[in-house]
Design a protein around this ligand. Sequence first.
Ligand code: ADP
Ligand code: MG
Length: 223
Amino acid sequence: YKKLTKISEKQAVAGQLAAGIAHEIRNPITAIKGFLKLIRVEQEKPSSYFSIIESEIERIEVILRELMVLAKPSDLKYERLCIDSVIKKVLTLMESQALLNSIEVEQNLLFSNIHISGDENQLKQVFVNYIKNAIEAMPHGGKLLIEGIQCGEKVCIRIVDEGGGIPPEVHARIGEPFFTTKENGTGLGMIVSRQIIKEHKGNLHIFSSSEGTRIEVTFPCYH
Ligand code: ADP
Ligand code: MG
């Protein structure tokens, strides 16, 4: 495996700006969506363009939702969180997607009742993003391993997949907003997750080979 990632300062600032803009755009988009619905019901034979407009609006909403996670540190709600329960909640959320893709999920949390200080929604988003990528990397099925270990004052969570890995030309561009190799990707998951980890004083390491990818996230424990 080759080590790939470093967190940059400039990206943090850019992310917060993006989150602010996303927040501002959300309300007008909601209004547009509502009025579009009203116009549609007024039509006797609604044009097929309506569904195109609606699905494009939906895509804008997905992007806004992802960007809004890059909130200012002052907007975060830090709590004492039990890390294994956060991971278990995320796995419940992702279970159906894994099943649909013939992915066997192995959970190996070698600790219980370890706490960290964090914003629950943001931390969930981090794990959702990595698990989603892992599932998407294995279109023909495979094994997804979620492992948790405690080492001293730190807790480390690994997300390991058996996908095709991140090729060099792709890993060079990870961290570039909107860079995606997927037809329906947003290219925001990696950058958003990295930013949240940084905000939580955590560390991120990405290892990848043609045999698969291993994401390691480390957070300081909180007593
Ligand atoms: P998206 O998933 O919307 O494409 P991300 O920021 O989550 O955006 O990921 C960016 C790109 O990084 C992906 O398009 C993919 O090429 C690559 N990538 C991320 N995680 C993995 C993984 N586990 N295995 C292989 N490639 C990955
Ligand atoms: Mg993704």
